[in-house]
Ligand binder design. Structure first.
Ligand code: PEP
Ligand code: MN
Length: 336
């Protein structure tokens, strides 16, 4: 159950609410975010919610039986939209393109990518400076110095930055240089990291774990929201199955299903989703038609020379085709 509180609820009104909830053996969890105050009440007893809904200081009350609650669509009218500033918005009718290399590698690479994005009206650049790699001997990113350099070049060009944070300890040093924190598939259930990202006022793109269910993804998002940060988007990036003809299986079902389950924006990552360069465009279009609120894609001026994930990275020309064609698929989706 989600109880939306009036912003000016009095302390004694809150106490009345809490004692009512405890009398029916509901556990009350107070949540305060950038946008509102809530009580998430968890319990089993069936009762008439109007008895609580009519108490003073209560804005609204909703029954949400899912394990995840605040990220559920069941209580919120309308979709969440993230506003990154400078007219860059994601969700609720605003389709977002995010593109860039798997790893940030050099000043030259950043500059070339920024120019490419600017020329194509893409406002958000992806790239990793802390890279989770299967092998400890692979390139693991340029770290904070790479991020600072990237931020300097990107902000001059009006390009926003999305990049992966791997540890709680990195948050503070990164926060002034990023626009969106990415939580990678390997950290989708790093609950300490999710708790900490709930306490900052920056949007978070949360990727689905490699073998994570949608319920688990939504409960991970609930960690962030319930700690105080409502600025969340979810990302389908492919799951691991028995199929080995490609790197991952992009779960197209997840896009349509998540759109029904949550009010949060849902982003598709076709690059990791299939892991094969020549198919990335098709998966991007399929995800768009299925209802995605945006695409995050790996692009590089010379994918053959990329330090990581070159096999699934588009060159600038290939990427341009996707940016241009995606509108057609949005139109098609609207006509369905
Ligand atoms: C990435 O975005 O480069 C990345 C490592 O993604 P994922 O966490 O989905 O594997
Ligand atoms: Mn990658």
């Amino acid at each position: 159950m989600i109880i939306q509180l009036e912003p000016n609820i009095k302390e004694e009104e809150l106490e009345v609410l809490k004692s009512q909830l405890s009398s029916i053996k509901y556990k009350a969890n107070k949540v305060s975010t950038q946008f509102g105050d809530y009580i998430v009440a968890v319990g089993k007893k069936d009762f008439d919610i109007r008895t609580i809904g009519k108490l003073p200081g209560i804005k609204d009350i909703h029954r949400v039986s899912d394990a995840y609650k605040l990220v559920s669509k069941k209580w919120k009218v309308g979709q969440t939209q993230l506003d990154l500033g400078d007219e860059v918005k994601i969700g609720d009718g605003e389709f977002a393109l995010m593109a860039g290399p798997c790893s940030i590698e050099s000043e030259e690479q950043i500059q070339k990518t920024v120019e490419h994005l600017k020329a194509n009206g893409v406002k958000i650049m992806r790239g990793g400076v802390y890279k989770p790699r299967s092998s400890p001997y692979s390139f693991r990113g340029l770290g904070i110095d790479g991020l600072k350099l990237w931020h300097q070049i990107a902000s001059e060009a009006g390009i926003k930055i999305i990049t992966e944070v791997m540890m709680v300890e990195q948050i503070d040093s990164m926060i002034d240089y990023i626009d969106v924190f990415q939580v990678g598939a390997r950290n989708a259930q790093n609950f300490n990291l999710l708790d900490a990202l709930g306490k900052v006022d920056k949007p978070v793109l949360l990727k689905r774990g490699m073998s994570g269910t949608l319920d688990e993804l939504l409960q991970s998002a609930e960690y962030i929201f319930s700690n105080g940060n409502e600025k969340i988007m979810l990302c389908e990036r492919g799951i691991r199955t028995y199929e080995n003809a490609y790197r991952n299986v992009f779960d197209i079902n997840a896009i349509a299903t998540l759109k029904e389950k949550t009010h949060l924006p849902v982003i598709a990552d076709p690059s990791h989703g299939i892991g094969v360069r020549r198919f990335v465009d098709k998966i991007a279009y399929a995800a768009t038609v299925a209802g995605a609120d945006g695409i995050i894609m790996e692009v590089h001026h010379s994918p053959e020379k990329a330090f990581s994930d070159g096999q699934q990275t588009l060159n600038f020309q290939e990427a341009e085709t996707v940016y241009k064609k995606v509108d057609k698929y949005l139109e098609l989706r609207d006509s369905l």
